[in-house]
Design a protein around this ligand. Structure first.
Ligand SMILES: [Ca+2]
Length: 490
């Protein structure tokens, strides 16, 4: 029916919605009083948004070329939209990455720096993505982990953001809960209890989102519904049934569990986040057996979230919302699953910064893969573009809409990431990274470069090799130009 209505929408009405947003907002507000057919016609011009965040999800799905993964619903989503093969976060830590995505601006040494970033404190004058949708007449909602802090950016939401009461109870088994005595001594890093899905917070977040979808489907108002899942963030706690999908004897360890050759030690990383969990050594590597369990646990969590994604997609179909809803699936950063001997995120390496990104949108042909370099700051302008809202002037990303129409279209030649004292630029062929004192503002402490054509795993630093001198200079120039521009606009 929505397809039919969209086809029957006249071009004049379409122009009205696109170029006269204020008039359209007023019109939407009065939608209940208008004829049902006119209301649906405008709604078709104003697509809903289902904004799905999955905490710490690297592109570890079947559709991203990881054959062992059982991810039928992530794969189904990819078939419905465009999957971005080379998408990158702008900072590999939860709160900062989320704030950067939601505000549409890059992290710097002064803003969006840690897991506990508040978007509204670091960029108080910058309208967030959900706020802009709300200002254009959308009904905006947030369930689960969207911002790091539930109460961040409160004016962006039509209702107070919701999280389940179980969010803070990570382990299902009482004996594991007892091991958690504080922030620095947590329970086990993983658990596969023979318990039902329903007791876990992500299932409850999905339940809540399903009931919100049913409620929103009855409103004569487009919606922006954000749904953030907690796993596969540590601890890897999901029902045993999902662990059983990954038999222990089939788990493969990465073949580069070593620090990159010839790379300055200033790029070393001790993954303190995971060392707070029971059973993880306070220093040095984990045992191979523990490494196998961690990888299994991460995979089990991804499949558990896949199950929730399937429930969301089923309900969108059942409610007849699928044809008029944009879906964005994003992670927040990558994750090191033993590569370089690292775990967790907090670096500028490929594994910590490469992220999943799938966009499904009305009129966008599904099942396509885009190989262009894209960044998470591109999400904000893309959604404004797809919903025909004028983008705020502060945005530092670039709309992906041309790529959704033609996955071969030109986009950008490089992406930029930072964390702590580190800044990095990645082109199609190289990654160049610097580490500086004073959280990136001080003197250079070390530089590294990887030739991704020959060394996609980033195992061998070539920054000091004479044959790469010219390339290194070009990469340095590109990085410093971006950092210089950021300093000016801030
Ligand atoms: Ca995260």
């Amino acid at each position: 029916m929505l397809n039919h209505l969209r086809m029957s929408t006249g071009s004049n009405e379409r122009r009205c919605c696109r170029f006269l947003p204020v008039a359209c907002i007023a019109w939407v507000a009065m939608a209940a009083a208008l004829s049902a057919s006119a209301g649906r016609a405008c709604a078709a011009e104003r697509p809903n948004v289902l904004f799905i965040a999955v905490d710490d999800l690297r592109p570890e799905m079947n559709c991203y070329g990881v054959p062992c993964m059982v991810t039928p619903n992530f794969d189904r989503l990819a078939r419905q939209g465009v999957r971005f093969e080379r998408a990158y976060c702008n900072i590999a830590v939860c709160g900062a990455s989320r704030a950067s995505i939601m505000k549409g601006i890059r992290p710097t040494p002064a803003r969006f720096t840690s897991y506990k970033t508040w978007a509204m404190k670091d960029a108080p004058d910058v309208p967030s993505l959900p706020l802009v949708f709300k200002q254009h007449g959308y009904y905006t909602m947030s369930n689960g982990k969207v911002y790091h802090h539930r109460t961040d950016d409160p004016e962006a939401w039509s209702e107070p953001p919701w999280r389940p009461a179980t969010s803070s109870i990570w382990w299902a088994l009482p004996e594991n809960r007892k091991l958690a005595t504080g922030f620095r001594q947590r329970g086990p890093a993983y658990e596969g209890a023979d318990r039902p899905d329903e007791i876990y917070p992500d299932h409850q977040i999905c339940d809540r989102t399903l009931s919100d979808l049913r409620r929103l489907a009855k409103r004569h108002q487009p919606f922006f519904l954000a749904c953030g899942f907690y796993r596969p963030h540590l601890p890897f706690v999901v029902p045993k049934a999902y662990w059983d999908l990954y038999p222990e004897d089939q788990v493969k360890l990465p073949d580069n569990m070593f620090f990159p050759r010839d790379l300055p030690r200033v790029f070393d990383y001790t993954w303190g986040e995971m060392r707070a969990y029971h059973g993880i050594p306070k220093k040095g590597p984990v045992s191979r057996e523990t490494a196998r369990q961690l990888i299994r646990g991460y995979h089990a969590c991804v499949s558990f979230i896949d199950r929730q994604i399937g429930r969301l997609l089923d309900e969108l179909d059942r409610l007849g919302l699928a044809d008029n809803t944009i879906i964005v699936l994003w992670g927040d950063h990558g994750w090191q699953l033993g590569e370089h001997g690292f775990w967790c995120k907090h670096t500028n390496f490929e594994v910590a910064t490469r992220v999943p990104l799938v966009i499904v949108a009305p009129g966008v042909e599904g099942g396509r893969v885009c190989h262009r370099l894209v960044e998470y700051i591109d999400i904000y302008p893309t959604l404004c573009d797809l919903a025909h809202l004028s983008s705020p002037g502060h945005l530092q990303g670039k709309s992906l809409r041309p790529l959704l129409a033609d996955v071969e279209a030109e986009h950008k030649s490089a992406v930029f990431t930072r964390f702590g004292g580190g800044d990095a630029v990645r082109t199609f062929e190289y990654r160049y990274m610097e580490m500086r004192a004073n959280r990136g503002r001080g003197p250079l402490q070390g530089a590294g470069m990887f030739d991704l054509r020959r060394d996609p795993q980033e195992n061998h630093n070539v920054a000091e090799q004479p044959t790469y001198r010219k390339t290194r200079e070009q990469m340095e120039t590109m990085l410093h130009k971006m950092l210089g521009e950021l300093t000016q606009v801030r």
